[in-house]
Structure formats: C-alpha cells, structure tokens
Design a binder for this molecule. Structure first.
Ligand SMILES: Cc1cc2nc3c(=O)[nH]c(=O)nc-3n(C[C@H](O)[C@H](O)[C@H](O)COP(=O)(O)O)c2cc1C
Length: 392
C-alpha cells in the first residue's frame, strides 16, 4: 500500500516536472525558432509596393554590431537618406561608434543591391566627417544620401543571398578548404576603392596567432564592467523580449546544435551564465581555427566616417558572396574593439602594434576581423524591427 502511494506521488511529481518543463520550453520559444513578428522581415522582404520602401526592407536585413540595428531612413519618391540612431549603441564596447558606422555601411550595401532589383538606378553621396566619442545626448545623424532614378531591372547573386545570410557561430569544417578562385573573388571585393583592402590569412600559424590574440582581447574587453554594462542589455535570453524588441543577440544565434539551443533556452539564466563561464578555455581559439580562412577589412583611417561605411559595405558583400557560394562567416572583432578601448582609456596602443605586425603594412588599419569556411551547422536568423520602426 505504502509502495503504491509512493509510486502515485512520484508519478504526480514527474507529471508536474515534465509539464513545467514543456511549458517553459514553449514559453521560451524552443518550438518557434525563426517564427513570430520578430522574424517577419526575413519573409516579406521582397514585398514591393513600387516605392523605395522595398529598398529599406532589404537594408534592415543587414548585419549590425550586437544586432543593434542603428539605422533610420528618410524616404521620398526620389531618394533615401540614411541616418544613424546614435542612441542604439553598446556603450564602452564601441566608444566611438566605429562599429555602429560599419553596421550602417552594411545596411547601405543591402539597400544598393536592392535598387536595381526594384528598377532603380542609385547614386550615393556619403557625408564626410570624423568619429567622435558617443555624444552625451545622442541624436540621429545623417550619414548618406541615395538618389534614385528609374533604371534597368536586374537581380544579382548578392541580392538573392540577402535573406540567406546569417552570422554562423557554430564550428566550421576544418578539412574543407576554400578554392583559390573564391579567395581571389573575396579579396577583389573592394574593386578600385583605394580606401579599403581585404587581407586573407590561410596559413595555420597566422590564423593561430590571430585567434589567440582575439581570445585574449575577448577576455580582457569583457572583463571591464563598463563594457558589460553597455553590451549586456543587448543579449536577449527571454523569448518574450526577442518578440517585443526585435533586436539584440539571441540564444538561437549562439551557434549551438538544435538540442543545445533548446536546453540553453529552457534552463534558468543563472545556470546559462554558469555554463558560459565554465566553457572550454580554448573554445574560442578552436572555433576560429575550425575555419580555413581569417580575414581583415582594413581602411586608411579607422575613425573616418566615410571609410567606416565603406568597410561595412565590404563586410556585407563578403558575407553575401560567401553565403551565395555555400560558405558561412562570422565577425570576430575583439582585437579591433581593444584598439578603441585602449584609445578611449589613454592606454598604450598595444593592439595597433599587434595588428600592424600581422599585416606588415601600417598604412592599412584593420577595422573588421572575420573568419569564413564551410559550416557544420545551419545558422538561425536573428530578429529584426520592421520598417515601421525605422522610417523617419
Ligand atoms: C561591425 C560589426 C561587428 C560585429 N562583431 C561581431 C563579433 O565580434 N562577434 C560576433 O559573433 N558577431 C559580430 N557581429 C555580427 C552581429 O552580431 C550580427 O550581424 C547581428 O547579430 C545580426 O545577425 P545576422 O548577421 O545573423 O543577421 C558584428 C557585426 C558588425 C556589423
């Protein structure tokens, strides 16, 4: 009798526990990856109403640091102005908004790729200027004007890759090299622009050096409480926040296998933080080394506004071309973020010296670091605010 009531009691506990777990899993969107309003912009981006808004729908699918989406667009029938919303920043992680400006360049690139696809000929004018520390009272600033005239309709390979491009933070296949032709196409992306250059590193010794320096930079920059304070609010661990704010870094985009993603979304936040802090010490180095190629996008002046936009355009093109050819890619920018950090804190420019040593040419200033290779896991989409939130 006692045994029977014990079993009944145990059964009830299990039912409640499993029920609670299933409820938590549903509430945290374990069964809704890529669904809900936050992901609609990836689905309706080709919607055309014969206005330049079609170009904005493509622009908002671009990359941005911590998925901050710092863009605002002023749209008329004859053109689009791109403004940076400087309130959407990650604080001390990006003290001069250098990365936010690069993100604006990414959006500009998608917008320009969408112009011919929608029958427009586009002419761009960039606003000159130098980057400054984050203003005390941030407000939108005009960065670029795109004039639109009627043009020939044409869809490019890069345009068609826009909805397929996602930052892939999973491991890559270390045994699959990238063909020399494709490497040449990637280094050739800046064309005749004398302000931007792509450096690619394939040798194990070079990649290991960059990976180790990036890992050390990662530990150092994120140990600064001010950096944590600026970047943590952009990490969205609650599914309800993902759907409400439609921005930031999500667990779905961490690059875990599907079962790992489901567990990470279900466990309490404190446990997730504990797991993160106890992850493999060399995890980041090994992850970077799983990719056969590490790259730098370099400019002549890291703190020149136009050159930041140009670097962003090249990153977007790089990632789109990689995507179109079946490759995956991920930025890994801690080393350059430390350049900003040392500058902002008035410390010796150690990372500038390290980067110069790697390129062997101090006349080029690396402003974006990435790796590229063949994926072993599919990357998930990240959330996006709709055009109604970003049109001025
Ligand atoms: C300037 C810039 C810097 C970035 N730095 C990093 C980085 O260091 N590590 C990383 O994993 N992703 C980085 N990203 C990728 C963004 O987090 C990503 O674009 C954003 O979350 C949106 O996701 P999506 O690219 O998959 O659309 C960076 C993106 C930009 C534009």
């Amino acid at each position: 009798m006692q045994r029977r009531s014990f079993l009944k009691g145990a059964g009830a506990v299990i039912v409640v526990a499993v029920g609670g777990l299933a409820w938590r899993a549903c509430d945290q969107g374990v069964f809704s990856v890529g669904q809900g309003p936050a992901y609609e912009p990836w689905k309706d981006w080709r919607k055309t109403d014969d206005t330049p808004l079609a170009l904005v729908r493509a622009a908002i699918l671009a990359a941005s640091p911590h998925n901050t989406q710092p863009w605002l667009f002023k749209v008329t029938n004859s053109g689009i102005e791109l403004h940076i919303d400087t309130r959407r920043n990650v604080g001390a992680l990006d003290p001069y908004l250098r990365e936010e400006h690069i993100g604006m360049g990414c959006a500009l690139e998608n917008l320009l790729l969408a112009a011919p696809a929608n029958g427009y000929a586009a002419t761009v004018t960039l606003e000159p200027g130098k980057l400054e520390p984050i203003p005390a009272e941030p407000k939108p600033q005009l960065l670029a004007r795109v004039e639109l005239a009627s043009g020939q309709r044409a869809q490019s390979e890069l345009y068609n890759a826009i909805p397929l491009r996602h930052t892939n933070r999973g491991p890559y296949d270390p045994h699959k090299a990238i063909s020399p032709d494709l490497l040449q196409a990637l280094t050739g992306l800046p064309g005749d622009d004398i302000d931007v250059k792509v450096f690619l590193f394939t040798a194990e010794a070079d990649r290991r050096k960059i990976a180790e320096l990036s890992s050390t930079a990662n530990d150092e920059i994120y140990s600064d409480p001010k950096v944590q304070q600026g970047s943590h609010p952009w990490v969205r661990t609650k599914w309800s926040s993902v759907q409400k704010y439609r921005d930031g870094l999500t667990i779905d985009a961490f690059g875990l296998p599907p079962i790992g993603t489901a567990i990470a979304k279900t466990v309490p936040l404190r446990m997730l933080n504990w797991l993160g802090s106890h992850s493999e010490t060399h995890g980041y180095v090994n992850l970077m080394l799983s990719a056969p190629v590490v790259g730098f996008i370099a400019v002549r002046d890291r703190y020149d506004r136009e050159q930041c936009l140009k670097a962003g355009r090249i990153w977007q093109r790089t990632h789109l071309l990689a995507t179109a050819r079946g490759l995956a890619a991920r930025p890994c920018n801690e080393l350059v973020e430390m350049v900003d950090h040392e500058r902002a804190l008035g410390k010796p420019a150690m990372r500038v010296a390290m980067l110069n040593e790697i390129t062997g040419d101090p006349t080029w200033q690396p402003t974006f670091v990435f790796y590229v290779g063949y994926p072993t896991l599919k990357a998930n989409a990240s959330p996006r605010r709709g055009i109604e939130a970003v049109v001025m």
